[in-house]
Ligand binder design. Sequence first.
Ligand code: SAM
Ligand code: SF4
Length: 375
Amino acid sequence: MMGMTENYSRDDAVEKGDLGFAFGSGQSDDISAPAPTHFRGAGSILVDAFGRRISSLRLSVTDRCDLRCFYCMAKTVSFQPRSEVLSLQELCQVAEVFINLGVRNLRLTGGEPLVRRGVLWLVERLGEQIGQGKLDELTLTTNATRLKDEAAALWAAGVRRINVSLDTLDPETFHRITGHGDLHGVLDGIAAAQERGFAIKINTVALKGVNDHEFDALIAWCGRQGADMTLIETMPLGDIATSGRDFYLPLNEARDRIGQRWELLPSEFRTSGPSDYVTVAETGRRLGFITPLSHRFCGACNRVRVTCTGKLYMCLGRDDGVVDLRGPLRAAGDPTVLEDIVRTAIAGKPEGHKFGAGGGRAEGALARRMNVTGG
Ligand code: SAM
Ligand code: SF4
């Protein structure tokens, strides 16, 4: 990746003005239209065959991004045709189906969610569901390149916590990891969000030989910023899987090294996600370790994912059992048709992921990239 030569065009990365409008089958991003209502499923809950209650949805609002992190996007990126991407209204309808079936935590992701034209309309509509016995929380995962401009609107819409991906504090390394990104803009975005009052968690992908000498600096910086931090192992996703593996750093190694510099206290804090937390005694901040290739957390998994093209993935680490929501939604023009489809799909949620299971690609790599499924 260090020799990445892809010619970057901002127009290629960021959604163009027309992308938000007139998607296939007559769908449009008419954001003056009312948000959808009337669901049979209101008040119900989604439970899979293993007794796991599904209460969390990650909704990808675009596969596009203004950065090109080498572990996430292929060198030659091809984005989904616009006709296949859900309109903002369709995304809202899909989210409402899940909310009415018992989803309480909704995270918007991508690609980069803030490059989706008109995305604030969606955030506002979904924000209206917070605290109405519907959504407990609406959150966002972002690269923060546009956070400075959008922080106030996100806050007004009801978002209170934001995950920011930040792999390095060195401008040159940032540039190399992201293809062309400007670290200062990202740091300004984080500062603006913190000033506004957002709780920020920093997500750092651990990259051997790239940023592994910076973990101590990042932990200290997060301590000063008052931000929690999570280290993530690279996952073998998409056609960048092999290059991602070149930089794979087992987090048990990283944790041992970090433990020599910092006092890591056991933490009671748990989420249903694949993160294992400690508290850094010197900073008082949480430090998480996400080791997705382990199966330790599948038993508590409470989440599913929907891509920007309306595909429901029951597990980030599997390519099977994917269910199309876009086709039925567009055919019926009525989101309630999705209720039974979602219930049946969730009943078939697999017990665990298939990372590392082989299957013709490099050590269990999955065909899709992270910007497609959403992190
Ligand atoms: N663009 C936003 C961002 O970067 O935060 C949201 C989408 S991004 C796909 C979500 C998360 O996935 C980021 O924290 C990113 O570092 C992580 N990610 C992407 N590709 C990955 C991979 N192959 N292995 C592990 N994490 C990955
Ligand atoms: Fe874009 Fe996020 Fe993927 Fe980086 S990790 S290329 S910021 S979607």
